[in-house]
Design a protein around this ligand. Sequence first.
Ligand code: SF4
Length: 480
Amino acid sequence: MSAAAAGRGRRFFVETWGCQMNELDSQRLSGQLMQHGYLPTRSPEEADLILLNSCSVREKAEQKVYSRLGEYRLLKRANPALRIGLCGCVAQQVGEDALARVRELDFVLGPARVGELAGLLPRLDAGERMVVTGFPEARSYDFDSVAREGAYKGMVTVIEGCNKHCTFCIVPTTRGPERCRPLAEVVAEVRHLLDFGFQEIELLGQTVNHWREPGGGADFADLLDAVAPLPGLRRLRFVTSFPRDFTPRMVDRFRRHANLSDYLHLPVQSGSDRILRRMGRGYTVAEYVELASRVREARSTLALSTDLIVGFPGESEEDFEATLRLVESLRFAAIFAFRYSVRPGTAAPRLGDEVPTGVAEARLQRLMAVQDRIQEAQHRDLVGRELEVLVTGWGRRPGQWSGRTSCNRTVHFDAGLAAATSGDGSVRPGRFLMVRITASHPHSLLGEPVHLHPDSEVAVAVVRSLVDLTAASSRQETRA
Ligand code: SF4
């Protein structure tokens, strides 16, 4: 039954896979739909429009997309008025083929065309099927109509696409060549988010630090200088940086701007120069290590994270051990490590010398074990420290909040204690709290909000005794 026939407003459901760029694209899609009277729903079964915003960075993305579309096509059989759209990187990659293969699919929308969704709605209503992909020079980007999810972090794209062509990566094909947004537009969007009450801003780009003012001389260090001093901006993050483009002026910004977060994601990909050459990364391990030490010198509290690919074509045991040594010596705060997978249209498969899946998988497990040990030790060292945490949402356990430190670590803490500690009981996503770290795990920390307000002493004492009582009774239950 159509929404009109059912006498309710039209609903949309967006499923998002992939990186922050995709998350933001989904927010842009949602915002346009809401401006046209659609309401979001958490259930695809009650949607009138389903959008699958896909990611193709890893292998099997395409199969995964088709299998999910297979589930959605059943919904369309029950409700012919339902419209289904495939968006994101897989959409750009498969284009027409998807429409031919899935009869129930109504449209395919590439990542560079996200701003055009609203214009497609009347054509969709008329039953037209369409493919909207490619990289037009003029693109609509209406930041006023982004449906920002959550209340704690405002994401702002500063550069789209990538010109690097690393031999393993599909991004230049799916997101197109680099395209920078003008500085004035970025600043206007950040101001707009600050006016809305966001205190943490994240600047986004596949190679965010390669931003240049279109037709001008300003670079990413200048962009940081323009954004960081904006009133109300408490934390500024940016992701993802490309090592070769990280200039001394950018390093210096960690000294100059106290509100730049204590966190830098700097993908190295391998600890072997031979493999870095095969990947076409354009830097050596020694250059990366030097850059890491310069950034750490500029900001001693900085947490450095990285991406690593294991089992890249031609990776020998020796190359892999060089990666392990790099991880041991640089002691990253986090690594995002993946087994190499072939991406269509990339150069790496032509290099030959494939690493057997079993070998690559075993290496990945060894790497993760080393990193877990490092993280565990780093987290143990944080116990007893007081860290500023931005509340991001409910924790994994009932009665807990979760938040992120400036160094991007996850901290869980008791919601009752947090409310009592805050003085006015108004703990919510987007609020900053001081939290004392009380226990550590390899991937998260446990904490206790630090007493902030003199009037809250009694409330804190009451809640603390309740928390202690609950813990004692659950220990007794466990023993029984
Ligand atoms: S710089 Fe990053 S996005 Fe660009 S091709 Fe290399 S890995 Fe892909």
